[in-house]
Design a protein around this ligand. Structure first.
Ligand SMILES: [Zn+2]
Ligand SMILES: [Zn+2]
Length: 293
């Protein structure tokens, strides 16, 4: 059965995030393993790591995906930011491996005016340097495609494919496909013909088998706007029919589907998960905490 889930807050602790995912009926999840917007980390104890590894098995959550903290910019030309980013990414790789996470998702970064080619080279080099000497038996890096905002690299599948090709002899690596970013970057997945063409382009630039996770989001931002604005499933510019096409696309059936949608009183976590289940052809579930009596 297709593995689905969503990004879950780690407020209350890492094991609590696993329990919340399980309560929501998820079979996979994404978390931050640390504060996503600061450089400082609190250390991960062996006891915490072991409790996490045991709980994810007990709750049948697979794959477990960690998203790298937002300050990391492996493509940065500035030596100070670059050094900090590589150190922080190395720390994230170590934490992912100790937690037994399957995937560590990272954005390629922003070249900040240095140009795409320099940004890609810096990103490749950063990943390889960060991983040097680390034993990665469990965790693989996934490069996420971006909306192409500002100087961010990774809007084109060819750029993701190049980063993967230049890292894979040293680091286990694949891709995370974000639907909202794909659409905002100018891939017309909202039409049937555009979807087929986009999937062919993805296969030739990266390879469908390298896509290990899908960030499944509708887009509040218009087509080809290069604006990254996730929206409720079926209520955005991509739309339900197009998201159904992707969720049922057989060549990506191996990839876990994870929501990164916003939530409000009406469009709750359960609401969006049920929209995902509906388009993926999975049975829906009642609201968590709602009385069935
Ligand atoms: Zn992301
Ligand atoms: Zn994403």
């Amino acid at each position: 059965m297709r593995r689905i889930g969503k990004h879950i807050s780690i407020a209350g602790g890492l094991v609590r995030a696993l329990e919340r995912a399980h309560d929501l009926g998820c079979t996979s999840l994404q978390i931050f393993s640390r504060n996503p917007r600061g450089w400082a980390t609190s250390p991960l104890t062996d006891e915490d790591a072991e409790a996490f590894r045991e709980a994810r098995v007990a709750l049948d959550l697979d794959p477990v995906v960690i998203h790298v903290n937002y300050l990391v910019n492996l493509a940065a030309p500035d030596p100070f930011i670059r050094e900090r980013s590589i150190a922080a990414f190395r720390d994230e790789l170590g934490r992912a491996e100790r937690l037994g996470a399957d995937y560590l998702v990272v954005h390629p970064g922003s070249a900040r005016g240095a140009g795409v080619a320099a940004g890609i080279s810096a990103c490749v080099d950063g990943i390889r340097v960060a991983a040097r000497g680390l034993r990665l038996d469990r965790s693989a890096v996934l490069i996420e495609n971006t909306a192409g905002q500002g100087d961010c690299i990774g809007r084109a599948f060819e750029q993701i494919g190049e980063i993967i090709a230049r890292c894979e002899s040293d680091v286990p690596i694949g891709m995370c496909l974000d639907t909202a970013h794909t659409f905002a970057a100018g891939y017309p997945i909202h039409t049937e013909g555009g979807f087929r063409k986009t999937m062919r382009g993805l296969d030739s630039a990266v390879g469908h088998e390298k896509v290990r996770a899908i960030h499944f989001n509708d887009s509040k931002a218009p087509f080809a706007s290069n604006v990254d604005r996730h929206w409720h499933i079926g209520l955005g510019e991509i739309g339900e029919a197009a998201l159904r096409r992707l969720a049922r696309f057989r060549r990506l059936a191996h990839a876990a589907i994870l929501l990164e949608t916003p939530q409000d009183d009406v469009h709750t976590e359960t609401w969006n998960l049920n929209r995902l289940r509906a388009v993926a052809g999975l049975p829906e579930r009642p609201e968590v905490g709602s009385s069935s009596a």
